[in-house]
Design a protein around this ligand. Structure first.
Ligand code: NAP
Length: 245
């Protein structure tokens, strides 16, 4: 059977890196996108190749239309196809709403929302021509419930949820599935600023008694991109240990 290709945005670190490694382990060719962390993207590709997998790395800021266009071109040149897109790249910021600058707002929406728009729009036409494809967007539980001191992040992640549902309706007739994972608190650099005490409180507030790991999210994304989930589209799956139920 022909090897499938997955493009994972923001795969140099954290959740995206784990997604890239898990897809590689499961026989996919992996395109590892990064923006600033070139060395970490290199080590992700090295790790995959050392385990016998196939991967390439491509630097691109997902919010930059030209860089995204060039990235997609490179993936096509190397792998010939993109079967699965994981829109994972994202930034977070904690600030009182009244302290947010216009630039804070713009950065948040540029990367977390415009980035999803740019990469998806670049990848979709060939998927529509092939009448197959799978897109998984990474939102956040805060996009579902809203978080204090993260109004811009919550609003951006809510936009990803609306994007997912609308696009799923539009491209369903082309046999393209579009789903979304809304993670809870996951142990990555994004949460480095949280104190040990805050982490402890978060664990206590979570029915499953722990915060999540990148692997928790990667396994779910792998499932959503697989044949096993072929009748799922437009779904928002919250993976938060029960924190928001
Ligand atoms: P992370 O460890 O901070 O990693 C973020 C990744 O996004 C990095 O690989 C980074 O690449 C990439 N990135 C940032 N800006 C980019 C841009 N303009 N273009 C391309 N890539 C860019 O964060 P994470 O925790 O793994 O988060 C991954 C996703 O999960 C995000 O969408 C985040 O909002 C979501 N999420 C995380 C949590 C959590 O608790 N960790 C919870 C809910 C949702 P470079 O380093 O190469 O720039």
């Amino acid at each position: 059977m022909k090897q499938k290709t997955v493009l994972v945005t923001g795969a140099s670190r954290g959740i995206g890196r784990e997604i890239a490694k898990l897809f590689a382990k499961n026989g996919y060719q992996v395109a590892v996108n990064y923006c600033l962390s070139q060395e970490q993207a290199e080590s992700c590709v090295d790790e995959i190749q050392q385990q016998g997998g196939t991967a390439m790395m491509i630097g691109a800021d997902v919010s930059n239309r030209l860089e995204v266009h060039n990235m997609i071109k490179q993936v096509y040149q190397s792998f010939g196809t993109i079967d699965i897109l994981v829109n994972n790249a994202g930034i977070a910021q904690q600030k009182l709403f009244t302290d947010l600058s216009e630039q804070d707002w713009i950065n948040m929406f540029d990367i977390n929302v415009k980035g999803v728009f740019e990469v998806t729009q670049a990848v979709l036409p060939p998927m529509i021509r092939q009448q197959q494809g799978n897109i998984v967007n990474i939102s956040s539980m805060w996009g579902v419930t809203g978080a204090s001191c993260e109004v811009h992040y919550s609003a951006a992640k809510a936009a990803v949820i609306g994007f997912t549902k609308a696009l799923a309706k539009e491209v369903g007739p082309s046999h393209i599935n579009v789903n979304c994972v809304a993670p809870g608190v996951i142990q990555t650099q994004m949460n480095d600023l949280l104190s040990q005490q805050t982490i402890q409180t978060l664990k206590e507030e979570t029915p499953l008694g722990r915060i999540g790991t990148p692997k928790d999210i990667a396994e779910l994304v792998l499932f959503l991109a697989s044949e096993k989930a072929s009748f799922l589209t437009g779904q928002i799956i919250t993976a938060d240990g029960g924190m928001t139920i």
